[in-house]
Design a protein around this ligand. Structure first.
Ligand code: HEC
Length: 324
């Protein structure tokens, strides 16, 4: 069981490799390849009542961390999709439910091999969402992430390469959102690899981009951030919102984990501490977890090096940012 768990941890959010079987499959289904960002499916003019009802349950279950209720919501959401497969929001929410289940599998009493099918299905639904609405770079970022996961699970190098190409496009399309996504995916890579270092570099770049100034790598000061908070435009991905009520805190939790893993535990402590400057910090359920991380920064270097306890492999892989 332990071995299996470990092998899964590399799968999910964590790789840079990929897609030939898939490319062939796609080519046989339609004339163009996934890499094209042109619209391939005509979006629905309006959302159905079934989709709206499914969304209501989706947000309740997701924001309240009702992990055990993923399956019933998935049934409802998939039912709505089958009635209207041209609704990109419904397709994406199916993708996110699958990604949530596999990412927070630590919550399960027992993890079985077929959990890996969630990566396959997530990729499928993000592909649909993206082809209906190519302009939503969140769909593209998660298509890239799930393509990387699927390729890694199936040892499909061309698929991994395609995931990397998609991720680069997603970063260009919406860096404030996808620099995090891309770097988070790389947090499970071995610490001395170029991929891990790139992932950490992307977190620093994300910070600088959000406040429009260079952030010191030894004594990070993020105090200007409070004056820049917004809920609109691409920069909204830097702060908290109704969709991601603790995005800011969750961002620093992961970045601190990556710094600890790299051995830089003193800078990690400073980065973790920046989460406390969030105006919503007092309502964040994971403040005690953050305190523990600060206290144990040095002793966490070894377990984190083997990805044990790292945010991405934990029960709060999504909930650190999304639980309200
Ligand atoms: C570092 C914080 C963070 C983590 C971790 C994170 N997200 Fe998000 N998520 C965000 C932000 C920011 C947005 C964009 C909100 C917006 O569009 O304004 C977002 C958007 C979303 C949406 C929005 C869909 C919609 O219709 O608006 C869903 C669903 C979602 N994430 C699911 C997940 C899942 C599942 C995971 C875990 C695999 C996850 N997220 C991990 C920060 C995070």
């Amino acid at each position: 069981m332990k071995f299996f768990y470990f092998s899964i941890s590399i799968i999910c959010f964590g790789a840079i490799l990929w897609l030939s079987g898939c490319a062939t499959e796609r080519n046989s289904m339609r004339p163009s390849t996934l890499s094209q960002s042109t619209q391939e499916k005509i979006p629905a003019a309006s959302r159905s009542n079934a989709a709206l009802a499914a969304d209501q349950n989706f947000w309740d279950v997701f924001h309240n961390a009702k992990y055990d209720e993923i399956q019933p919501v998935l049934e409802q959401m998939t039912g709505a999709y089958l009635r209207d497969p041209t609704d990109p929001v419904t397709a994406s929410h199916i993708g996110w439910l699958h990604i949530w289940r596999i990412s927070e599998r630590e919550r399960m009493a027992m993890v079985t091999p077929s959990i890996t099918d969630d990566a396959v299905l997530a990729r499928k639904y993000f592909q649909e969402a993206s082809s209906i609405n190519p302009s939503d770079a969140r769909f593209l970022g998660f298509l890239a992430a799930s393509t990387l996961s699927e390729g890694t699970i199936h040892h499909n190098e061309p698929e991994i390469s395609e995931g990397n190409v998609l991720m680069r496009k997603a970063i260009v399309a919406w860096p404030e959102f996808n620099l995090f996504t891309a770097g988070y995916m790389l947090s499970t890579k071995p610490v001395d690899t170029a991929e891990f270092k790139q992932g950490l570099e992307w977190q620093w770049e994300n910070l600088s981009l959000c406040v429009g100034e260079k952030i010191s790598r030894t004594d990070p000061d993020y105090s200007s951030s409070v004056t820049k908070i917004t809920t609109v435009g691409p920069k909204r991905a830097c702060w908290n919102s109704t969709v991601a009520p603790h995005n800011f805190e969750g961002f620093f939790l992961n970045m601190g984990d990556m710094l600890v893993k790299s051995g830089d535990w003193k800078v990690a402590q400073k980065i973790y501490t920046l989460a406390k400057s969030s105006p919503d910090y007092s309502s964040w359920k994971f403040a005690p977890l953050l305190e523990e991380r600060i206290s144990n920064a040095q002793s966490n270097i070894t377990p984190f090096a083997s990805n044990k306890g790292l945010m991405i492999n934990s029960k709060v892989s999504c909930m650190a940012c999304h639980q309200s």
